[in-house]
Design a binder for this molecule. Structure first.
Ligand code: XMP
Length: 400
């Protein structure tokens, strides 16, 4: 009956993925909640407005977690809900102007939601002082390079330069199998490419990036530095210590759903905002083990079939992210009378709001069967398709 839980049922499903627990109540605290295995899941100070919980109210998999946060913010802290997205946009525009002054800015534009929203925001703040560089690193989805250039030059009238850097990335990735090392190499190569483009453009002092808060948390780059490294997102943990350009990262403290809301507010088309996210290191972290040109081609084809079928079956918007992964094993298959010893493709589809936790998508069996048949029949280098049924945590969304 604490105000923290007002409006909630006596029994609530919450998300807990810890290996540790609080055993004894401190002095002056009352027990508020427990689970079958955790004797103290929530507690409250007897006289002061101090509450503590062991579970995650902020993730979508905690039923009514938002209500718990609302109770705390509005009923315990007595805050008022006067924050608006357009206030945030004007505040960020002012901050960007203040940071950049009269200098020119280079933005690494990937065509994904985060960098597109960063581009629109910077365009609003800086106009012609912004130049976007789209790096074709050879690790993109099928047809992506052409699509991004078309969308941004035509729809958004941005100043976009394309850098054809496939060879440099493939060369740097040669013989590298470890996922963290791969991410770091890709991050460094991006910076080398941006530095080179900045020199060509002259007078560029700032590099803008679409870094968002989950990238910072998972790379352990938050201000407290207490979070553990889960994976080095190419734009945070992958950056070299000595950088020639100063960073502009106006979305660094926002979550994905907030970034999407900001994008819509800034007038970015809905189809772009609702595109599934694509990681900066691209197919580099979806090819397990060493990345080669041949493997990229196979994965692009398989991924394209999966996405094409999701759109056709009206399932694309029902999942939050879907993609194919090329596994580092070969498997025996039979095609006609022939033995085929070939690659294995993993399919991954998840449902999530904030990408911090995710549930594997329960796609219909008939649909999966159809996608699997198409992949094995149309790509001769593939003999088998598997579907990933792991949620986050304990798995992550990407495989590397
Ligand atoms: P994980 O795999 O950590 O992914 O559960 C959470 C979300 O982040 C995306 N992701 C990245 N995005 N740079 C990015 O811009 C990265 O290095 C990176 N790694 C993962 C992933 O696709 C998912 O949407």
């Amino acid at each position: 009956d604490s105000i923290l839980f007002s409006g909630l049922d006596k029994k609530v499903n919450v998300w807990m993925s810890h290996g540790d627990q609080v055993q004894d109540l401190p002095d002056d605290f009352n027990l508020l909640a427990l689970t079958l295995t955790a004797p103290i899941a929530a507690m409250q100070h007897k006289t002061l407005p101090i509450y503590a919980i062991q579970f995650h109210p902020e993730v979508t998999h905690t039923n009514n977690g938002q209500k718990i946060l609302d109770n705390f913010i509005f009923n315990v802290c007595n805050a008022s809900a006067d924050w608006k997205m357009d206030d945030l946009i004007s505040q960020r525009v002012e901050e960007i102007k203040e940071q950049v002054q009269t200098n020119k800015v280079l933005l690494g534009l990937s065509g994904g939601v985060d960098s597109s929203v960063t581009a629109a925001l910077l365009h609003k703040a800086l106009g012609k002082k912004l130049t976007c560089v789209f790096v074709d690193n050879g690790l993109l989805r099928k047809g992506e390079s052409e699509q991004v250039i078309k969308t941004f030059k035509e729809n958004m009238s941005l100043n976009v330069i394309k850098s054809d850097s496939q060879h440099v990335f493939i060369r740097h990735l040669k013989n590298i199998k470890d996922p963290e090392q791969k991410r770091k190499v890709i991050g460094r190569t991006f910076i080398d490419v941006f530095d080179a483009e900045a020199i060509k453009l002259k007078d560029i002092r700032f590099l803008a990036q679409g870094t968002i808060y989950p990238d910072v948390i998972e790379s352990s780059g938050s201000e407290s530095n207490e979070a553990r490294v889960i994976k080095s997102h190419h734009n945070v943990g992958g950056l070299p210590k000595e950088m020639k350009l100063a960073l502009v990262e106006p979305l660094r403290d926002l979550f994905k759903d907030e970034v999407r809301r900001m994008g819509l507010e800034l007038g970015i088309p809905k189809e772009m905002i609702e595109r599934h996210p694509f990681p900066g290191p691209g197919l580099g972290v979806r090819i397990i083990g060493e990345v080669t040109k041949e493997k990229i081609k196979i994965l692009q084809e398989a991924d394209n079939i999966f996405i094409e079928e999701l759109i056709k079956a009206d399932l694309y918007d029902k999942v939050s992210q879907a993609f194919a992964v090329l596994l580092p094993v070969k498997s025996v298959g039979v095609v006609g009378d022939e033995r085929r010893y070939a690659e294995v493709i993993g399919l991954r589809a998840v449902e999530t709001v904030d990408f911090m936790t995710a549930r594997w998508a329960h796609l219909p069996y008939e649909f999966l069967e159809h996608v699997s048949n198409r992949i094995v029949n149309e790509i001769e280098h593939v003999s088998r398709v598997v579907y990933d049924i792991s949620s986050k945590p304990p798995a992550t969304i990407e495989w590397e």
